[in-house]
Design a binder for this molecule. Sequence first.
Ligand SMILES: NC(=O)C1=CN([C@@H]2O[C@H](COP(=O)(O)OP(=O)(O)OC[C@H]3O[C@@H](n4cnc5c(N)ncnc54)[C@H](O)[C@@H]3O)[C@@H](O)[C@H]2O)C=CC1
Ligand SMILES: C[N+](C)(C)CC(=O)CC(=O)[O-]
Length: 465
Amino acid sequence: MKAAIVGGGVIGGGWAARFLLNGWDVAVFDPDPEAQRKIGEVLAGARRALPALYDGALPDEGRLTFHADLAEVVTGADWVQESVPERLDLKHRVLAQIEAAAPVDAIIGSSTSGFKPSELNAQGARAIVAHPFNPVYLLPLIELVGDADTCVRAGETLRAIGMFPLHIRKEIDAHIADRLLEAVWRESLWLVTDGIATTEEIDEAIRMGFGLRWAQMGLFETYRIAGGEAGMAHFMAQFGPCLEWPWTKLTDVPPFTPELVELIAGQSDAQSGHRSIRELERLRDDNLVGILRSLKRTGSGAGGVIRDHEARLPRPQAADLPVTAEQQVPQSWTDYNGHMNETHYLELASRATDRFMALIGADAAYVAAGQSYFTVENRVRYLAEVNAGERLQVTTQVLGGAGKKLHLFHTLRRGGGEVATVETLLLHVDLGTRRTSLPSEAVAAETEAWVTRHSGLGRPEGASI
Ligand SMILES: NC(=O)C1=CN([C@@H]2O[C@H](COP(=O)(O)OP(=O)(O)OC[C@H]3O[C@@H](n4cnc5c(N)ncnc54)[C@H](O)[C@@H]3O)[C@@H](O)[C@H]2O)C=CC1
Ligand SMILES: C[N+](C)(C)CC(=O)CC(=O)[O-]
């Protein structure tokens, strides 16, 4: 699959990374001579963060190319994403050029933060709004507005690259999310203009409180809980009158003067100027990965999207020596020595054990029915350093499986070379009594089949349990 990125700034770069890391070839057109370097920086951030969301490997990266000719970029593209600056005349010009050279069935998306499809297409283009959120490679939301059939097709593609398409019922200036963001921004500008709060105090008011709630429940679900056992109707009755009080009085925009810009920029420098933009981006991304991984555990909010995408990633296939886990090493797995920390060798082996259990039928349903294996011993041999971004693969050899015992030998490899082995001894357990027990006949038979299959392989070097 090929994505054409027209305009490779903050947002176009994020789109390029999202497609590329999900296996698409990406061709970029941007007249800025610095575009290649800037996209390189965005890509470095994406490679550091996106794989860290998943317990499994993303597809192999696609091919990234840069071109001086827009027509060359969009030719043969399945998806064309326009991300040029937010000026309608420029968007009209660029969309016309795209239209002239793109395949007729290519999806043409515009990243516009606020223009409606009827405005974008006023001169005959056929674009839909596909409005992303920064950083595009991590945040799943895309607001889709425009031709219904195209939006449905676009939504399928977006889901396949781990995103969440929100279909907007009616076109409206600034779609849904930016209307909300503008309201918060407008009120915040007033608070600074009126000398009531600094930029830092406003950020504290968000990040210490309601910002934490919004990521998992949004606005209405949060307020439903705030109504106590009586729920939303009670909440409305209690706080509805505030809408008439001065709480909500400010709806116009503070005068956007050079003084206001200077005031805000100065406070922002005092608040965050000690860190570079790249440092702030890395901090933001590491925090987002942590939040998204927690949400993945419960399936709340964007965590459900990550979970669904992970379930669709290609699964290691059973073979004589089955591949039981694959992972690109995220930056967050590295430590102060600059390499993958010891705990994560075991984390990967633990995932390989889970996968092997599933292969013999001791899967989630088996566990839910009250039977499982508990690990009683692990022996890790660290054979090589591993760096962020490298791709690891785990294969598993069965050394024994008689009675209650399951004896596995995991080998972690980078390319062809071994980086670690983890030998694991497990005992079968009845989860009701919490005591060891014999596995079901089906699991015992599957285990026996693997033992037989691996019996000719001999004992691997380093096995010692
Ligand atoms: N920055 C943000 O937070 C978000 C921006 N957007 C939207 O994304 C679009 C792009 O915004 P940013 O990436 O922030 O802007 P940007 O200024 O970072 O990037 C725009 C890029 O377009 C390139 N460009 C200019 N003329 C061009 C042309 N004729 N053909 C191809 N490329 C051209 C520029 O060289 C630049 O690299 C806008 O419509 C904006 O509203 C959407 C979501 C968030
Ligand atoms: C400020 N903005 C209007 C460009 C913001 C967006 O469009 C979405 C975002 O990433 O916040």
